[in-house]
Design a protein around this ligand. Structure first.
Ligand SMILES: Cc1ncc(COP(=O)(O)O)c(C=O)c1O
Length: 414
């Protein structure tokens, strides 16, 4: 293309593609409000226990969730972080046991390991995506390894066949952290059904929410389910006959009935929401397919992600600008992109300084430096940008995201 036909970028004084802000999320509506109001009305009339926990709203919410997953057992908890915590507690490991953790995840997906006095061992990610590399998992296994936490980052399923084969070979438990992946499918099966136990975050930013905060622990195994119930509720003897008092040392991680009532309404919206999100993502992927330097990271083979955010690989060697300039140019067009999803133990001070319980170094063995330097994480961080899409976006919004990428690449392509 000759210079005369190049579009004028907004960053250079041209017209921006978009002038108004992108839509904000309005996840909750009248139905959620009505569910809360009518529960409150009933609590005023019939008794405050209706706002409690382990009640009819949670039973209904968990049943809806289990139906969505195609069977199994679910327990509502009060955050995704505590869903991971309760899942770990339910597996009843010994202090000092090692848990292989994602190199890139929300802190809430890793910190519970330390809170259980288990040793977190971050392993490297795939060479071109944030999810764990199965080969790195296998290389990190020691005689102390007991479990693997696998996060499906951005809603894109991790390589579960390979990971489950490794877990089976070494007798390890697998916790799937599905906080960002409600309804994602791996080889036709919902993520969360592939490992031993799964955690979901249902805080207000996720695919479906139980209010401001919330979470779900899910498993296909009834014995684990009762352990989950015990550890989510101060060790109460759920599933134990003739117990004399509380059977386990556990915190109170219960979800309350108001949150479960919101969750029930949200569950009815979740399948349609996922379908729409996937439609938007596929449209975006198709629209930028002709680009040579920028590629959307789509679904893995035979799998369906749920695009909690969208990830783009950028071949900077083919552009005349760096990432800072690229983000500035896209931003000037009125479209917000993010430069990094570097939520990683590699950058968290508490992890780098082995500081969880005072200066004791507990639970890490002295001299442990595993997970401090992960080469693929640096590469992926350097070569990716991300953007948000959600159910309030229209096809036009997504077309404008694509248009911005096309416009900016056309000007800066070497
Ligand atoms: C992968 C992952 N795990 C765990 C969490 C923690 O969930 P919550 O914020 O509900 O505690 C999050 C939250 O974003 C997450 O993305």
């Amino acid at each position: 293309m000759s210079n005369t036909t190049l579009p004028a970028l907004a960053i250079d004084g041209g017209q921006p593609i978009r002038k108004e802000a992108l839509p904000i999320r309005r996840l909750f509506g009248e139905e959620e409000k009505q569910a809360v109001v009518s529960l409150f009305d009933r609590a005023i009339a019939e008794g405050s226990h209706l706002l409690g926990y382990n009640g009819e709203q949670e039973v209904a919410y968990c049943q809806a969730f289990v139906d969505f997953m195609g069977g199994g057992f679910a327990d509502g908890v009060n955050s995704g972080t505590n869903a991971v915590y309760v899942a770990l507690r339910a597996l009843e490991m010994e202090p000092g046991d090692e848990v292989i953790v994602p190199p890139i995840s929300d802190p809430g997906g890793v910190m519970p390991v330390v809170m259980c006095q288990l040793v977190p061992v971050p392993v490297d990610c795939e060479p071109d995506f944030y999810n764990m590399d199965p080969a790195a998992i296998e290389a990190a296994i020691t005689d102390k390894t007991c479990a693997i936490i696998v996060a499906h980052i951005s809603g894109r399923p991790a390589q579960m066949d390979a990971i489950m084969a490794i877990a089976k070979r070494h007798g390890l438990k697998v916790i799937e952290d599905c906080a960002q992946a409600h309804g994602a499918k791996y080889h036709g099966k919902p993520v969360g059904t592939l490992g031993d136990i799964a955690s979901f975050s249902t805080m207000f930013g996720k695919h479906h929410a139980s209010g401001g905060q919330g979470g779900i622990v899910y498993t296909r195994h009834e014995d684990l389910y009762w352990k989950v119930r015990q550890h989510a509720d101060r060790g109460k003897p759920f599933g134990v006959e003739d117990a004399d008092g509380n059977v386990a040392a556990g915190l109170n991680c219960n979800m309350d009935e108001l949150h479960a009532a919101i969750g029930c309404v949200q569950m009815s919206k979740l399948p349609g929401r996922i379908q729409y999100l996937r439609k938007l993502a596929k449209r975006l992927e198709a629209a930028i397919a002709p680009l040579k330097a920028i590629r959307m990271v789509g679904d893995p083979v035979n799998s369906e992600g749920v695009f909690w955010f969208v990830v783009f690989h950028v071949d900077f060697a083919r552009l005349s600008i760096d990432k800072v300039k690229l983000l500035a140019a896209l931003g000037a067009e009125g479209l917000t992109f993010s430069g990094s999803y570097l939520h990683s133990p590699m950058v968290w001070p508490w992890f780098k300084q082995y500081r969880a319980f005072g200066n004791s170094h507990v639970p890490w063995p002295k001299g442990d430096a595993r997970g401090i330097d992960l080469p693929n994480v640096k590469v992926v961080d350097r070569e990716h940008i991300t953007c948000k899409i959600h159910e309030a976006y229209t096809e036009t919004d997504v077309d404008q995201i694509a248009e911005a990428l096309v416009k900016v690449e056309s000007v800066y392509f070497k």
